[in-house]
Structure formats: C-alpha cells, structure tokens
Design a protein around this ligand. Structure first.
Ligand code: DGP
Length: 118
C-alpha cells in the first residue's frame, strides 16, 4: 500500500533501525519506545491487522521472529510481552499488522504495557 508507513519501512523508503529480517518479516525499533526494549515485527506483505486473513505461515513467521528478537535483545529469560493492538479500542495507530516486543524491565501484572503511551 503506497501510503502505509510500515510498507515504506519494509521497502527501505523511510529509515528505521532494523534488528532482524528474513523472507517474511522485518523487525525494527519503535520510534517511541515505551520500554528499554521495544521492537516491532511486521510481515513484509501488507495486512491491515491480525484479522486480515493472514496465512498461518506468515502469522507464524511474525511470532517466531518476535521470539528471535527477544533472544537477540537478551530478554527471552527475564521476560517480555508480545502485544498486537487491533483496531480503534486497542489504539491501533498504524494499520499494517505489527507486534510489539516489549521488555527489559518489570511490567505491571496484567496491565497492557502501552496503556500510558496514549
Ligand atoms: P500501534 O498503536 O500498535 O499501532 O503502534 C504503532 C507503533 O508504531 C507506535 O508504537 C509508534 C510506532 N511508529 C509509528 N510510526 C513509526 C515510524 O515511522 N517508525 C518507527 N520505527 N516506528 C513508528
């Protein structure tokens, strides 16, 4: 999609700090980090959100990449959250499926880590 900012990041048309890439996904640092580790993982192909008919293989690639990012960042053992904001009530602001990988410090029990970001 020509007006999608994450498509532009995937295509290298706008800069980002890429931390992982494979055939299916790109992972890059969030512009406004809410935690010491805050990386986004996106499928290279555009999907609006998790309800957009994503093939199992691509969905699996996104979550496997999230796990790899956590390992690369050294938070796999200490703990991390993978958050997928979907549509308005969840404050999805970029409508290209992305998962937030958040960690590097203790988080509140049961409360979404991004609540205070908005
Ligand atoms: P969400 O609310 O789940 O749609 O989160 C979108 C995230 O995307 C938000 O944490 C900030 C991040 N973001 C928005 N624009 C850019 C950008 O141009 N570059 C990067 N690296 N991150 C962005």
């Amino acid at each position: 999609m020509s007006d999608c900012i994450f498509c532009k990041i995937v295509e290298g048309e706008i800069p980002s700090t890429i931390v992982y890439e494979d055939d299916a996904v790109v992972a890059f640092e969030d512009l406004n980090p809410q935690m010491p580790v805050h990386t986004l993982v996106v499928p290279k192909k555009h999907y609006d959100n998790i309800g957009d008919g994503i093939p199992d293989t691509e969905l699996g690639a996104v979550f496997n990449a999230a796990n790899k990012v956590a390992a690369m960042k050294g938070i796999a053992e200490s703990g991390y959250r993978v958050i997928v904001n979907t549509n308005d009530d969840a404050q999805q602001s970029v409508h290209h499926l992305h998962v937030h990988v958040l960690g590097g410090a203790p988080m509140n029990s049961g409360s979404p880590a991004l609540d205070e970001a908005d």
